[in-house]
Structures are given as structure tokens and as C-alpha cells.
Design a protein around this ligand. Structure first.
Ligand SMILES: [Zn+2]
Length: 184
């Protein structure tokens, strides 16, 4: 299992000229992935788990380009990577008369609001990317909206969060049994 995503960055190019004037490194756009865990068989026996999934240590670039992050560039990058993911073949490992097949599952979960809105065709940052609600709808709790199920993988939209949302989340957490992180 891997997670992948993309994001852009920019810098001021003060007094830094290229030989060719049309070249520029003012903007960069990168897609990258992080391996999360390796499990075996139907019972998903854990063989390896990334001890620091948020650390850049296991983060690997897929493609880096000198282009500005726009909705079109983000969408182009997402479909480019998704096409490549669909072409992925299981990796074969042969070891003393035993053959292992490693299947790769890539999850598009490393997104910021900009990339998320581009991926879900949401034009405004003030609009929920899951149900399309805008500021005039957020206080209407009885309203039921059609949701975009594909967008659920990006998590809840913070636009729906009310002032005491985290208190509610904390209360839910109190009631759950204590879980342990695998130590080895
Ligand atoms: Zn919504």
C-alpha cells in the first residue's frame, strides 16, 4: 500500500537568469508517493510498516516539472499518474524455489485544498467538494444533499466544521476502546 499526491511550490527569481530567457525555475510542480505497508495473503499479515508515514524519509518523487500549479496542471498530473497506476504490474520476486508477487495499491490521499478542488472540479474554495454546499447552506442542518462519493477519500471538508467540532470528535474518541500501535 502506498499513498501518493502532488503539489506545487514557487520562489522569487531575483537576479537569477537562465541562458535561455524563456526558461524559468520560478515554479515547480511535483508528484510523489510514500510506501505505507507491505502485507501478505488474504489475512493481510503485516510484513513491513512505515514507522513514520508523515516523514519525508520514505517519500519518493514520481515526476518534477517546472510549471505553475493551476487547476488544469493539477488535473493533467492526476490523470497522468492515474494512467500510470493502471498500467502497474505486480513485482515478481523469486527466492529459493519460491515465487512472490507484490501487488501495488496506490491511494490518492496526499492532497491540499487546491489539488483537492482541482481533482473534484470544485471552482470555489468556499464550496464543499463533497456535497457542493456553499456558505448559505451550512447552517441548514436538515438539508440533505447529493454527495460525490469519489470525493469521500479526501476526508471531510473543513467548511462544514462548526466551532465545537473538535470537542465532539474528542467525546467520540473517549468512548472508543484504547488501541495499540504495533511496536515491532
Ligand atoms: Zn459538504
Amino acid at each position: 500500500m502506498y499513498k501518493w499526491g502532488c503539489d506545487g511550490s514557487q520562489q522569487t527569481t531575483f537576479k537569477q537568469k537562465f541562458l535561455n530567457n524563456s526558461d524559468s525555475d520560478a515554479n515547480i510542480f511535483q508528484s510523489l508517493f510514500v510506501p505505507l505497508q507491505l502485507s501478505c495473503g488474504h489475512e493481510k499479515k503485516l510484513i513491513w510498516q512505515n514507522p513514520l508515514p508523515s516523514s519525508p524519509r520514505h517519500c519518493r518523487p514520481i515526476r518534477i516539472r517546472f510549471v505553475k500549479e493551476t487547476a488544469d496542471i493539477s488535473k493533467e498530473e492526476i490523470s497522468y499518474i492515474e494512467n500510470k497506476i493502471n498500467l502497474l504490474e505486480p513485482t515478481q520476486i523469486t527466492q529459493v524455489n519460491k515465487k512472490f508477487l507484490v501487488k501495488h495499491v496506490m491511494m490518492f490521499t496526499m492532497v491540499d485544498a487546491k489539488v483537492c478542488n482541482a481533482a473534484t472540479d470544485t471552482k470555489s474554495t468556499m464550496k464543499c467538494y463533497i456535497c457542493g454546499a456553499t456558505s448559505k447552506d451550512f447552517n441548514n442542518l436538515s438539508a440533505r444533499k447529493q454527495i460525490n462519493e469519489d470525493a469521500l477519500k479526501f476526508g471531510l471538508s473543513t467548511l462544514h466544521a462548526k466551532i465545537r467540532l473538535f470537542e465532539a470528535v474528542l467525546h467520540l474518541a473517549y468512548k472508543l476502546p484504547v488501541k495499540k500501535w504495533q511496536l515491532s
